[in-house]
Design a protein around this ligand. Structure first.
Ligand code: ZN
Ligand code: ZN
Length: 338
């Protein structure tokens, strides 16, 4: 079968790879759609961890073509989404219910062959049945939405809050919809690219700002008088991380959501965190949030139509990554059957 395999950081190749036999508990899925995201770019560039050689793709959905040997398994033909994060169930974190912090965590598309392929072998326990209302595009979005749902859990937004989202890419725009639904009265989105700012405005952002204008801090103060209740950094850069800490109000929360390159650092004044009583939180992947992500997409709370997803065949994976890298596209997906 055809796959897009990361041979080593910096080298992603579309090639043919034999499909191995299923082991106990595994299911064969014919991939319908597989999203590309900033994490894939980081993995290809070597600024986020992975275990090559590995077939990339951690945001995918498809149809069960071989349910394996479990008589109570998922029937052939079922439309399924794949939760790529596989925890061990035995470590101290798993036993505390913190499956995403599992010390043996491995992910499809990062450590184990994933969804940028015609077929993917997946543990049955990682599959979620997709309601028939969801399109291929929406099904591919279940994984990124599930991560944003965990971010919302971590951010602790309350009714009437003012929230600033730094970065109006796909995840920022998903987060925007969740934050509005979650009760924020005012959501300010900071994004350098005009076409993304337009989409943010159309999705209900109260204010959209180009960070290059230098007006973000003042705009937040004009709006709130004291600073933002919650700041969500969806961009994952040193400059947005610094800005997050500056524009939060006293007693506010800063959520580091976007993937900052490994090794990137920012100066932090502990006295300011102490005196301003800031809460600084991280959000990593999607513990037990797949079901809620599916419900949010099915219920129309998260709309992916405005994000203008473009489909590429497997051979187009480099073009798809480049257009994301350059900010030309918001979200691309690989459609292996095309
Ligand atoms: Zn992703
Ligand atoms: Zn574990």
């Amino acid at each position: 079968m055809k796959v897009a395999e990361l041979e080593k950081p910096g080298s992603l190749r579309v090639k043919s790879k034999p499909l191995r036999a299923l082991r106990t508990g595994e299911v064969l899925v014919k991939v319908e759609s597989c999203g590309l995201c900033g994490t894939d770019i980081h993995i290809v560039d070597g600024t986020s961890r992975s275990t090559p050689p590995v077939v990339l793709g951690h945001e995918y959905a498809g149809f069960v073509t071989d349910p394996g040997n479990d008589p109570n398994g998922i029937p052939e033909g079922t439309h399924v989404a794949v939760d790529p994060n596989i925890s061990c169930g035995r470590c101290a974190y798993c036993r505390r219910g913190l499956v995403h912090l599992c010390t043996n965590l491995r992910a499809l598309g990062v450590d184990i062959d994933g969804g940028m392929a015609e077929y993917s072998i997946v543990p049955a326990s990682a599959l979620y049945t997709i309601p028939q209302e969801l399109t291929a595009e929406e099904s591919m979005f279940i994984e990124p939405v599930s991560c944003a749902v965990h971010g919302m859990d971590r951010a602790g937004i309350r009714q009437g809050d003012t929230v600033v989202i730094l970065g109006g890419g796909t995840i920022g725009l998903v987060m925007l919809q969740l934050v509005l639904h979650g009760g924020a009265a005012c959501v300010i989105v900071s994004e350098p690219l005009e076409h993304k700012r337009k989409i943010a405005a159309s999705l209900g952002a109260s204010l959209v700002i180009d960070p290059a204008s230098g007006a973000l801090g003042q705009a937040v103060m004009d709006e709130t008088g004291i600073g933002a209740d919650v700041v969500i950094d969806c961009a994952g850069t040193a400059s947005t991380a610094r800005a997050s800490l500056e524009i939060a109000r006293r007693g506010g929360t800063v959520l580091f959501f976007g993937v900052c390159p490994i090794g990137e650092t920012i100066p932090l004044e502990p006295n300011a965190v102490y005196f301003r009583e800031l809460t600084i939180a991280g959000s990593y992947v999607n513990p037990h949030t797949f079901g809620r992500a599916i419900a949010l997409l099915k219920g129309g709370v998260v709309r992916v139509g405005p994000l203008d997803v473009k489909g590429y065949p497997l051979e187009g994976v480099h073009d798809a990554l480049d257009s994301l890298r350059q900010g030309r596209a918001l979200k691309n997906m690989i459609v292996p059957g095309s």
